[in-house]
Design a binder for this molecule. Structure first.
Ligand SMILES: *[C@@H]1O[C@H](CO)[C@@H](O)[C@H](O)[C@H]1NC(C)=O
Length: 251
């Protein structure tokens, strides 16, 4: 079966399976890099949309919950009078935080990796519940970018090693791509869980005076990167196995 696929593949053009794996590895490296770069650069319209968690004030509106487990139902109004009509929004990425003082389309975004710098730009009316501090703690205590960095480095090493494709490196390429995929999987699950937990806790504690949400683009990039790596692992493994049966497999 391996041989048949090989022949058909050659029949179409001189594109070889390894070119597909190289493309998938590049895609995975690009997705990881964009994910890590999210919110870290000033004046980048693309990067400010790649965030793990966003949190902001409701512009004076209170979405109070009427759950039976609520003991003090007056707290929403008490907090609302503190918050006023701020509509500041913060977006948290792996290495940076972006903020805007209002979410109207004309407002501008400021991004920095330094939360202290951003906090100094805000007044206590704009951030009365200290969401910037919350964002800073979330990024330092919960967000963990290093697995994703290692995964990207591994994918890059496989990319460089797979390019000349010496047969003795195929086993190594399978192992490294597998590790990379595993690290991306752990990172994406971690990111997903942490963002949902952070957003739900923030909204509940603020009793409906703030909103929060997870970054869909970041989650999609994470899963796409994982998907590319899984297909590469399976593909390269398939050709390692195939080369045991077919003596001269030219992939
Ligand atoms: C962060 O910004 C603050 C205020 O602008 C500054 O004092 C501090 O040195 C900065 N920290 C880093 C690590 O750059």
């Amino acid at each position: 079966m391996a041989h048949k696929f090989q022949v058909e593949f050659r029949g179409v053009s001189f594109i070889r399976p390894r070119h597909v794996f190289l493309l998938l590895l590049i895609a995975s490296i690009v997705f990881n890099s964009l994910l890590l770069a999210g919110c870290s650069a000033q004046s980048s319209n693309v990067l400010k949309n790649i965030y793990l968690l966003r949190i902001g004030y409701n512009d004076g509106v209170v979405y109070s919950s009427s759950d039976a487990s609520i003991v003090n139902s007056d707290i929403s109004l008490a907090l609302a009078s503190l918050v006023g009509d701020s509509s500041m929004q913060i977006r948290i990425g792996y290495f940076g935080i972006c903020m805007t003082e209002s979410t109207s389309s004309s407002s501008s975004w400021t991004c920095s990796s330094n939360a202290t710098y951003l906090a100094e730009l805000l007044t206590s009316d704009e951030d009365s519940l200290n969401l910037m501090h919350l964002a800073s703690s979330f990024r330092h205590a919960i967000v963990f970018p290093y697995l994703l960095i290692v995964a990207t480095a591994l994918a890059f090493i496989v990319f460089v090693a797979i390019l000349p494709y010496p047969p003795f490196l195929r086993g190594l390429a399978v192992a490294a791509t597998f590790l990379s995929a595993l690290f991306v999987l752990v990172s994406v699950l971690w990111q997903h869980t942490a963002s949902i937990a952070g957003s739900s806790a923030a909204v509940s504690l603020a009793n409906g005076t703030v909103y929060a949400g997870i970054g869909k683009i970041a989650i999609i990039f994470g899963w796409l990167s994982f998907g590319c790596l899984v297909v590469t692992v399976i593909g390269v493994y398939y050709f390692v196995a195939a080369s045991r049966f077919v003596s001269e497999v030219d992939v």
